[in-house]
Design a protein around this ligand. Structure first.
Ligand SMILES: [Zn+2]
Length: 408
């Protein structure tokens, strides 16, 4: 008697479906023949997976553009009848955006509100704003991805420590929003979300080993190692922003003195300029004023450049990434600033590691990060977690309150 296969046909089908989704996610719209080539699967297997995904509403089939011969219909992740939402929790403003399943954000469908001082108010505002996007006629909302600016304990799906948005400490916005909105909600640390955005639609498309240095609200680091974020023992790795660079420096939001993020990020620059001008100014406002010639910040930029170079060199020396993406609004201040930081970082980093590392400005945004969290969750969540190979998704991260398998 033929031994029973340990792989159930149903599970095999799901693995094939995920392969098809991943190919469409990273390669864009293509035909069934293209999918056969991209996935290496047999044509009937591809067709079966495609039919199942069309039925589930995750794919749509588009008429080919007019041309010679008989061009094949093109398949893509659905954009007409379904959406996902990305929810960015940030220090001053929170934003909710609508996106197609391929990560294409619709800028007209954005909701924004000031970050409140109470967690319950944050939930109320998120729910009321999300409802205005969810209640669109004929559009199914597949889920919400949440980007949280602080450490996330992925085992318990809770915010652990967010010096900049402390109302999320000990809370699980994903579980709480899922309960209120009744659709899958997943959350990820901002830097991990930015990594996923860069892989979905930025410079790291299809890459497995790269790093993301986020120098916006604080200084955060996401490291993708063999396709998944490097989490450390409790998911708290990568806090480069809280290493000491000035022994008697300013008090940091974490309670220590002279942390890197007190001197090397958008918020640090805003603080310095606000102090000099004796009025609070945001990084956006600073960018506007500098561009209009109303403000000169040469001294602040000189010091910022040196500290940023220290941060970049540290990442290169510690993690030897093939690609280092840097995210921050400050680089809009001066076209030469980023190149100057990179040149200085290369002087500070170890030669061989630096030579191996491409350093670029991140192309993804926090909004795309939040969207990428839910898109990856939907694609990977097709296959149960225990059957997933190493190198996909975040271990242990499942849709809050949802069935097992909802891993990012
Ligand atoms: Zn600190």
């Amino acid at each position: 008697m033929k031994p029973k296969s340990p792989v159930q046909p149903n599970l095999l089908g799901r693995i094939n479906e995920r392969q098809v989704l991943r190919s469409l996610l990273f390669s864009g719209a293509c035909s069934r023949a293209d999918l056969t080539r991209l996935t290496g699967m047999a044509a009937p297997t591809v067709s079966k997976a495609v039919e199942s995904l069309l039925l589930a509403g995750l794919l749509e089939e588009n008429e080919p553009a007019a041309g010679f011969g008989r061009p094949a219909k093109r398949l893509s992740l659905t954009s007409r009848n379904a959406q996902v939402l990305g929810f960015v929790i940030d220090k001053d403003r929170c934003r909710i955006v609508s996106s197609a399943l391929d990560g294409a954000i619709n800028p007209a469908l954005t909701r924004e509100f000031a970050t409140p001082e109470r967690y319950e108010t944050l939930l109320d505002l998120a729910v009321s704003n999300a409802h205005t996007l969810i209640e669109r006629e004929g559009i199914k909302t597949e889920g919400v991805g949440i980007s949280v600016p602080g450490l996330v304990d992925y085992r318990n799906m809770r915010g652990v420590l967010s010096p900049n948005v402390p109302i999320t400490n000990g809370k699980s916005p994903a579980a709480d929003l899922q309960e209120r909105l009744n659709i899958p909600c997943v959350m990820a640390q901002e830097e991990h979300a930015l990594c996923l955005a860069e892989r979905l639609c930025g410079s790291a498309k299809g890459m497995s080993d790269f790093a993301m240095l986020d120098v916006s609200t604080g200084v955060g680091l996401g490291v993708m190692n063999a396709g998944r974020p490097l989490l450390g023992h409790s998911g708290l790795a990568g806090e480069i922003g809280h290493i000491t660079v000035e022994l008697s420096g300013a008090v940091c939001a974490c309670g220590n003195h002279g942390c890197l993020e007190t001197v090397a990020c958008d918020s640090a620059l805003s603080r310095q300029i606000s102090k000099r001008l004796q009025q609070p100014v945001s990084i956006e406002h600073i960018v506007e004023m500098v561009r209009a010639g109303e403000l000169t910040i040469d001294a602040e930029l000189r010091s910022l450049k040196e500290y940023l170079a220290v941060a970049l060199a540290a990442v290169i020396n510690l993690y030897n990434p093939a690609l280092l993406c840097v995210y921050g609004r400050m680089f809009e201040l001066d076209a030469g600033l980023f190149d100057a930081v990179v040149a200085r970082a290369r002087q500070r980093a170890l030669g061989p590691s630096s030579a191996d590392c491409n350093i670029v400005l991140a192309r993804g945004s926090k909004r795309q990060g939040a969207v990428a969290v839910i898109v990856e969750h939907i694609v990977d969540g097709i296959v149960p977690e225990e059957a997933r190979e190493a190198g996909s998704g975040l271990p242990g991260l499942q849709a809050a309150g949802g069935p097992p398998g909802g891993v990012l």
